[in-house]
Design a protein around this ligand. Structure first.
Ligand SMILES: NC(=O)c1ccc[n+]([C@@H]2O[C@H](COP(=O)([O-])OP(=O)(O)OC[C@H]3O[C@@H](n4cnc5c(N)ncnc54)[C@H](O)[C@@H]3O)[C@@H](O)[C@H]2O)c1
Ligand SMILES: [Zn+2]
Ligand SMILES: [Zn+2]
Length: 391
């Protein structure tokens, strides 16, 4: 089958790889019809993770079930399903508590937890930027979609990661009705966090970034854009709240945060949130931070390369703030968010800028990585059918 293979920093190619197949009785095989490029893929694409050359990327996947193992009973051939990027077993100590983001049995390294498709340090599983995908524990992991699945793929595919992840940021931040919330990052995850905060009835939501096209989308969904080329988000928010600060904040950028000129500093967004959020407010950090960054010394210095990020912890402590971190437990939210989409109450596909065949993956990676104007979210369609895509 054809797949997008990581060949080294900045180098992704369309290659023939062995077909995805049933390897365990509980597996299913999905014919991938929609698979997104994510900001997380870009950390790997840029060589800023331990992702191995020769592996297939793609953790935001939707498609049609084409084969089920003998242990699978709920999911049927022909069903359209969306797969949480986390692979869970359903029966380990973490999965039992709903923490499928840190499953113990799907992660082969005993000292680690958590597994995902085509992801650094999250097990050997291949990604879905390919014609077919092997899904372990198909009954547990696949979320069934309704009759409108094929036509509304650009909405439903966001359930694989960024819609639940943005929602999770607002959950960790404790966003509730009437709240004033600051989101750092107007990438797909930041936009989904802002969208979730608005769905929850937040009073005012600011979104900070230096990309005009992404800020325009934030404004379109009812958030207040802050262009960091022009103003400091913390000052804007404090000014608007009698100096008190926002009720809570979401970090949706991660360790490659940079100033508008491109100089990286992993503490930028954390410092901004600690400053902008009120005493005792909560921060939800879903932007990725890692214990090792192979390019960190060059980009930011030796401390950052070891994941040691000097940020304003003293002020955070002084203000009595708390912080939630980590990969999102997609399964905790995807069913409810699916039903919001099905009911027409949520349309997360609004952020899709490009629906492309798999063959244009390498080009799409280049543009999305450069944050080129107008490349806000790419959905690849390995089946070549772009018809179900958003207009
Ligand atoms: N926790 C999870 O489960 C999870 C899931 C998906 C993605 N992520 C992570 O979330 C982060 C965002 O993902 P994405 O797909 O939106 O990525 P993205 O790279 O497309 O978007 C990041 C945005 O942040 C902006 N930015 C950079 N520095 C900034 C700064 N100092 N202030 C304000 N904005 C700044 C960029 O201009 C860009 O628009 C990534 O680190 C990704 O790996 C985490
Ligand atoms: Zn993702
Ligand atoms: Zn588990």
């Amino acid at each position: 089958m054809k797949a997008l293979v990581y060949r080294g920093p900045g180098d992704i190619g369309v290659q023939e790889v062995p077909d995805a197949r049933i390897e365990d009785p509980n597996d299913i095989v999905v014919r991938v019809t929609s698979t997104n490029i994510c900001g997380s893929d870009l950390h790997m694409y840029e060589g800023r993770t331990s992702f191995e050359e020769g592996r297939v990327l793609g953790h935001e996947n939707l498609g049609e079930v084409v084969e089920t193992g003998p242990g699978v009973s709920k999911v049927k051939v022909g069903d359209y399903v969306v797969l949480p990027f986390n692979i869970g077993c359903g029966f380990c100590k973490q999965c039992e508590r709903g923490l499928t983001n840190y499953c113990l049995t799907m992660q082969p390294e005993p000292a680690l937890a958590g597994a995902a498709y085509g992801f650094a340090d999250m097990g050997p599983y291949e990604g879905g930027q390919a014609e077919f995908l092997r899904v372990p524990h198909g009954d547990f992991n696949a979320l069934l979609l309704g009759e409108d699945a094929e036509e509304r793929q650009d909405d439903y595919v966001m359930l694989a990661d960024i819609f639940p992840t943005g929602y999770h940021a607002t959950e960790m931040a404790g966003v509730g009705p009437g709240d004033q919330t600051l989101v750092y990052g107007a990438g797909p995850v930041g936009l989904m966090a802002a969208y979730s905060a608005i769905l929850k009835g937040a009073g005012r939501v600011w979104v900070a970034d230096h990309q005009s096209d992404r800020l325009a989308l934030a404004e379109r969904i009812g958030a207040i854009p802050i262009d960091t080329r022009e103003s400091d988000p913390a000052e804007v928010v404090k000014e608007a709240t009698l100096g008190l600060g926002a009720d809570n904040g979401c970090e949706c950028v991660g360790y490659q945060a940079h100033d508008p000129q491109g100089n990286e500093n992993a503490a930028l967004t954390l410092d901004g949130l600690v400053d902008a959020v009120r005493f005792t407010g909560r921060l939800g950090v879903v932007g990725i931070f890692l214990p090792q960054d192979p390019g960190g010394s060059r980009a930011q210095g030796d401390l950052e390369a070891e994941g040691r990020i000097p940020f304003d912890y003293g002020l955070m402590w002084f203000k009595g703030q708390s912080m939630g971190t980590g990969q999102a437990p997609v399964k905790r939210y995807n069913r409810a968010l699916r039903d919001l989409i099905a009911a027409g109450r949520a349309e997360p596909g609004f952020l899709v800028s490009h629906d492309l065949p798999l063959e244009q993956g390498p080009e799409a990676y280049r543009h999305f990585d450069a944050r080129d104007e107008g490349w806000t979210k790419v959905v690849l369609h390995p089946d070549g059918q772009l018809a179900g895509a958003a207009a």
